[in-house]
Design a protein around this ligand. Structure first.
Ligand code: NAD
Ligand code: MN
Length: 478
């Protein structure tokens, strides 16, 4: 385990020796104390990233060499898959089964952007007059990355892999709850041959280390994933120094089941759509819209499936429901459950805290029926294993409810009518739409939000735009 800050390819204590505890939410045990970065430490990390970015060593490194380092990092991480997956499970509470999927997605990010590094091209532009005009795609500079606790290393890699491929350098601030895999990843960076300062990790608080990074004049861009609320704070602060920003924020995604769907697979999709990752998934299908004629059947079967999804030891092979990330997250989820009941929704499964071996912050797989769009549990992101079921009459009604949200991250559509599926896919305001599927991700497929779910895209070649400037060069030919 690594518990010190990773700055300039070295492990360091916080400048004032400060630390904070990291807890295993499944056992309530303190796993370790981790260095808590001060403003001085954030400054040191930014200086290191700046010096690396401006160094000849980094500037003269060909894109192909940068790519090769990312590819090597991918191999190194793959070889340590179980170790990283176990650690991810321990600080986050997710199952080992899910943690392995997360780490293999991180390996994919490293390989995809490793391969893409030497394929970033400008263009020649046909203009009026005797000129040669061409564009260059240049790295933005020093990137500050701030990430949440739900997919700690993977969401970080969605930023640092394209950023490093672009020729940027990076200072990463992991979430307070889950700093351990990002810190350990420093070992992979060292071994893959990245020069000092290319990749730095400052564990610490959001409003302290995180905000210090956002304010730092040496940072050119902030890439943020987290809550819509904190996204707004960052946007406002970044405006003061014209920092570039990209934001991946929350969601309240509709998953729409039409009566003509393959109901069996739709129910399975609804289940994984909300309960995968304990519902702590930004794109979770947290609003299930069901056509009235199949509503009773769907709700009954889904409630039965939820009842079987009992929380267990996250490290046990067969467990499919882990602990929520922290006690405060458990409290927050439980207060939404209480709100649902108060506002008149019908609780048909779960709704209670749970423990495993008398410990841990678990929440039962919970399903609310008879939910309407004005209820809190239909409007606010719960970020836990709580599903809200809303009934609809027809296509237009489904489209209307689907868009009755400030968010626009993702959506699911279940029907055997392909025309209807594509028509609704066009109408829904969301960055990702799954048809007869839910919760699929691939490094090659762009991901990001409409509306209050943020802007900018991660994954795919689109992600490179977040880390590159376009320079236009005019050459007079006469
Ligand atoms: P959060 O916004 O509280 O924290 C995210 C990160 O920002 C953490 O590292 C935190 O320390 C830091 N932070 C907090 N306050 C800050 C501040 N004032 N200045 C700078 N940094 C600050 O979110 P969370 O509670 O950790 O995670 C849950 C939220 O993240 C949910 O709303 C979820 O939808 C969202 N999320 C979105 C995506 C996506 O891709 N769109 C992915 C995962 C999570
Ligand atoms: Mn938070």
């Amino acid at each position: 385990m690594r518990t010190d800050l990773f700055i300039n390819n070295e492990w360091r204590n916080a400048s004032d020796g400060g630390t904070f505890p990291v807890t295993n939410p499944a056992t309530e045990e303190v796993l370790c104390e981790v260095a808590k970065a001060t403003d001085t430490d954030v400054d040191a990390a930014v200086q290191a990233a700046r010096a690396c970015f401006d160094s000849k060593e980094w500037k003269r490194l060909s894109a192909r060499r940068r790519g090769a380092m990312l590819l090597k990092a991918g191999d190194l991480l793959e070889a340590r898959m179980k170790e990283f997956a176990k650690l991810e499970s321990q600080h986050n509470g997710k199952t080992f089964f899910e943690a392995k999927i997360e780490i293999s997605m991180t390996v994919s990010s490293l390989r995809y952007y490793g391969g893409l590094a030497d394929k970033i091209e400008g263009k020649t532009v046909p203009v009026e007059g005797p000129f040669l005009v061409y564009t260059r795609r240049e790295p933005l500079g020093v990137v500050g990355a701030i990430v949440p606790w739900n997919f700690p290393l993977n969401l970080a890699s969605w930023k640092f892999a394209p950023a490093l491929a672009a020729g940027c350098t990076i200072v990463l601030k992991p979430a307070t709850e889950t700093p351990l895999t990002a810190l350990l990843f420093g070992e992979v960076i060292q071994e893959a041959g990245f020069p000092p300062g290319a990749f730095n990790v400052i564990s610490g608080g959001g409003s302290t280390a995180g905000m210090s990074l956002v304010k730092h004049p040496g940072v050119d861009k902030i890439a943020f994933t987290g809550s819509t609320e904190v996204g707004r704070v960052i946007m406002k602060e970044a405006a003061k120094s014209n920092k570039r920003i990209s934001l991946e924020l929350g969601g309240k995604s509709p998953n729409v089941i039409f009566a003509d769907a393959d109901i069996e697979s739709a129910i399975r999709g609804a289940q994984t759509g909300i309960f995968y990752g304990k519902g702590e998934v930004c794109a979770a299908g947290s609003r299930l819209l069901v056509e009235k004629s199949v509503h009773d059947q769907v709700v009954e079967q889904l409630a039965a499936r939820a009842a079987k999804l009992t929380p267990g030891d996250p490290l046990a092979k067969e467990t499919r429901m882990g602990a929520v990330v922290s006690q405060s997250q458990q409290e927050s989820v439980m207060s939404y459950v209480a709100r649902g009941v108060e506002e008149g929704a019908k609780l048909v499964a779960g709704g209670k805290r749970a423990q495993v071996d008398g410990k841990g912050y678990f929440v039962e797989a919970t399903v609310f029926d008879n939910v309407t769009s004005d209820m809190t549990i239909a409007r606010e992101e719960i970020f836990g294993p709580v599903l809200s079921v809303l009934a609809f009459d027809d296509f237009d009604h489904a489209a209307q409810i689907a868009n009755e949200t400030v968010y626009g991250l993702a959506a699911g559509i279940w029907t055997r009518d392909i025309g209807k599926a594509h028509r609704l896919a066009q109408e829904i305001q969301a960055g990702t739409v799954w048809i007869n599927a839910y919760n699929y991700y691939d490094t090659a497929a762009p991901f990001g939000g409409f509306k209050a779910s943020g802007f900018g895209r991660e994954l795919g070649s689109e992600a490179m735009d977040a880390y590159l400037e376009t320079k236009t060069v005019w050459v007079n030919l006469v």
